[in-house]
Design a binder for this molecule. Structure first.
Ligand SMILES: C[S@@+](CC[C@H](N)C(=O)[O-])C[C@H]1O[C@@H](n2cnc3c(N)ncnc32)[C@H](O)[C@@H]1O
Length: 250
């Protein structure tokens, strides 16, 4: 269980209804939600990323069965497909460490707008380009460099003992070349870091009013989130524009 699951769950609120996790990966958070809340949980992910590991599907199936979540509640789709859920059928959409992997954010946000009920909302916890240390490799600025500079940066910082290389060497017997090659490819092909402002703009253009929140216990104020975004992931909460207008949300 990841340390932020309980915080995300608290932010979702102690309600009932349908919740859809986008980018459910191994199904860890989905099963956490099923065990610790009264939400009716649904999940989805794409074949091109999480699904490209051969045994992933069976690991996910096993985990869902253990948590007594019906398998049909976790949908696999292709990148760019519409979300495989009815329009206006979901109370809450949630994603964890996923938006920085989504290639077409505009498409995804439009789909979230479509599947949410009128008074529904979405909560995303993810790192933006403002973060100083790439959270995947643990190496400063690795997510901001082109491939050539990144390979050098990954090797340089790893030799200094900075980042995740030591752990990968100890636990998975990686050598430096393998670490540099894999993380360079991962960041190049599977990461799409964006600025806070770009995420907010895409959200607004998709009909979703968005609000920035730093991780609790920090005060839920957007300028605090902007500072904190240099060091850790932040939250974006979205509401359908019509509903936000109705509620007077800023
Ligand atoms: C770093 S993993 C996070 C997985 C999980 N949320 C967790 O916290 O353990 C990012 C996930 O986003 C998924 N993803 C990327 N693009 C997506 C998209 N367009 N729609 C749904 N999921 C996507 C990937 O397949 C991957 O499982």
């Amino acid at each position: 269980m990841k340390s932020y699951y309980s915080t995300v769950t608290k932010l979702l609120g102690n309600k009932t209804g349908t919740i859809l996790e986008i980018g459910s990966g191994e199904g860890e958070f989905l099963t956490y939600l099923a065990r610790h809340t009264n939400w009716d949980v649904f999940g989805c992910d794409i074949h091109e990323h999480a699904g490209n590991s051969q045994d992933r599907y069976s690991r996910v199936e096993k985990r869902l069965k253990e948590a007594t979540i019906p398998l049909e509640k976790y949908k696999w789709m292709h990148s760019g497909d519409p979300l495989p859920f009815e329009s206006a059928s979901i109370d809450i959409v949630v994603s964890i460490q996923t938006l920085e992997h989504v290639e077409d954010l505009s498409h995804l946000f439009s789909e979230i707008q479509r599947v949410l009920k009128p008074e529904g909302s979405a909560l995303h916890y993810f790192p933006t380009i403002e973060i100083l240390i790439d959270p995947h490799s643990g190496v400063p600025f690795a997510h901001r460099m082109d491939s050539r500079a990144r390979r050098r940066g990954l090797a340089f910082f790893s030799r200094l003992g900075i980042g995740k290389y030591r752990r990968y060497r100890r636990e998975r017997k990686y050598d430096l070349n393998r670490f540099v090659g894999e993380f360079d490819r991962y960041i190049e092909q599977l990461c799409h870091f964006r600025s806070i402002d770009e995420c907010l703009r895409i959200s607004e253009n998709s009909g979703l009013k968005a609000k920035l929140i730093p991780p609790p216990p920090l005060p839920p104020v957007s300028w605090v989130a902007r500072i904190v975004a240099r060091f850790t992931s932040i939250y974006i909460r979205q509401e359908k524009e019509e509903f936000a207008r109705y509620r007077g949300m800023k």
